[in-house]
Design a protein around this ligand. Sequence first.
Ligand SMILES: Cc1cc2nc3c(=O)[nH]c(=O)nc-3n(C[C@H](O)[C@H](O)[C@H](O)COP(=O)(O)O)c2cc1C
Length: 177
Amino acid sequence: MRIVVLESSPHKQGSSNTLARQFIQGAREVGHTVEEMDVARMDIHPCLGCERCGMDGPCAQKDDVQKIRDALLSADMAVFVTPVYYFGMSAQLKMVIDRFYSYTMKLSARHLKTALIAAAWDTDSDVMPYLSSHYQKLCRYMHFQDCGMVLGTGCGTPGQTKNSPHMREAYQLGRNL
Ligand SMILES: Cc1cc2nc3c(=O)[nH]c(=O)nc-3n(C[C@H](O)[C@H](O)[C@H](O)COP(=O)(O)O)c2cc1C
């Protein structure tokens, strides 16, 4: 499979990207092709809601979303990687998702496989449900096929993350696709 991994943390070597690297290692070991896109470092702007695209046309804004669009429309799988910010995804990732708007029809027609990898500081059970249910609703709406979620609680720093069971979980998710 051709897999696009969308990383969205301001910390290049941070917790969520540490988990993503485990996933990527597992996926590459079994022969998948992985393209990493560090969307936190790309030129991406929020959706203007101008409706010029009609959900199926060129976007009025010319920025790096074009590169993400091209990658996703030729991929078999997308992986959403994010730190947990106030119980949701990072703004960097949310911008990418909002900008699906101009190619919603084309993207949903692809029935992409997807996964979610998230890192949060807290360990309690009330940290992840909001992000995971948002992701699951997005999957239903966009006709994505969810392949799994790595919900990294207790992953507040790269050090904590490396000592957590979520490292193996992320690796296994990549290997077992
Ligand atoms: C703006 C902001 C909001 C955060 N909100 C939460 C939160 O709601 N719950 C939580 O457990 N951790 C929260 N954190 C902590 C991060 O999720 C955590 O440190 C994570 O490891 C960061 O991942 P990264 O290194 O990939 O950026 C927040 C951190 C920041 C900077």
